[in-house]
Design a protein around this ligand. Structure first.
Ligand SMILES: [Zn+2]
Length: 80
């Protein structure tokens, strides 16, 4: 779970239905927005920069019975 200390500099989105909050991403695909992403299966978090690649499938492993890694945006960085 991501932590923060300054609530004046982190804001909850008023538009949680926007695609950049709802779309999930495969390992190795292109990062659409800079920020913190969470694996929906196990909760592991990574920081990723826009236009880089998400970590590869071997970044971490799930037990055999669990689905593969799926990254979802948790905290979007404002870099523009
Ligand atoms: Zn995972």
């Amino acid at each position: 779970m991501a932590w923060y200390i300054d609530s004046n500099r982190v804001k909850k989105s008023a538009k949680p239905d926007l695609s950049h909050w709802t779309v999930t991403h495969s390992p190795g695909s292109v990062v659409p927005d800079s920020g913190i992403y969470v694996c929906l299966i196990c909760g592991k978090e990574v920081t990723c920069n826009k236009s880089d690649s998400f970590p590869p499938q071997n970044h971490h492993q799930h037990y055999e019975s669990k689905p593969p890694i799926r990254w979802k945006l948790l905290v979007k960085a404002v870099t523009d």
